[in-house]
Design a protein around this ligand. Sequence first.
Ligand code: SF4
Length: 344
Amino acid sequence: MTLKQTKPKGDEYLLEVSDLQKYYPIQRGVFRSTVGYVRAVDGVSFKVKTGETLGLVGESGCGKTTTGRCIIQLEKPTGGQIFFNKDGDKMPVTASTIKSLRRDMQFIFQDPYSSLNPRMTVERIVAEPLVTHGVKNKTELRERVVELLSAVGLSGDHLSRFPHEFSGGQRQRVGIARALALNPKLVICDEPVSALDVSVQAQVINLLQDLQEQYGLTYLFVAHDLSVVYHVCNRVAVMYLGRIVELTDVDELFANPKHPYTEALFSAIPIPDPDNQLEQIILEGDVPSPSDPPSGCNFHPRCRYAQSICRQELPRLVATKENTHHLVACHFAEELSLRGIKIA
Ligand code: SF4
């Protein structure tokens, strides 16, 4: 993979998420009484700097996609606050404000096929957000669509084609062109390459990075492939069972992980160098149910370093003593010496 990391432009925050929660009620019986909740997102807080790429990673079901969907109001959050920096004004992102923020916040879906209407031509798919936002002039619309297609490596020849006539990589390019139609500032990329062949993943990632440079975009990059995250992100938040357990700069995270779950994720990354292999840490048992999370630290039933306090007290996400930009939720973050990983 030939990939290049881009750098954030400054220290201004474009997005702030504070104590975000998304609980799904569990209903049973004839009267559909609520007997509990699935805590898909359970108190997530982070900020995204203008121009940076923040990765949200973790196993399937950890709440990373739900977090992205709540931010853009595709799911209604149960609690917490989301703020978007609109030209210097900190605007709350809610169901009632999202319409006015839609131009600035866009979403790229994981599966480019199911996210594109199979009955619409590429021209209509890419033009739809423009039409919704009041662009009516047909010449202007076509010029803008051709410009967007060219920005993502497609051409005017593709205007009249339908999604099924494209490869997976081309379909994702159409999805990206559509997401860029309104000149957004923030793009939430939900596993944008995981449904693609390995051979085209690097092309699409390079395209996203070129577009970030060209249009000054900020990305929230939801992913489970840590080697992709290493090459794409400036900072990374690791999620487990609806909470962030570690958040720091990407180089620091990979060289110096402080949470046992992060160490276990790293040990599962295949490294092509036989002299640089890590012993794989097998996580015992399944991910616990978010409807009945374990007491204390949610990770304790699977943690090889767990002690009695871990079963009783929930560790808070706090900065380590040596690095105020390295946040960890583990009672023993200062004492444990965990193994990082080198990725070529
Ligand atoms: Fe493991 Fe305890 Fe740290 Fe949780 S708090 S990650 S159980 S050592």
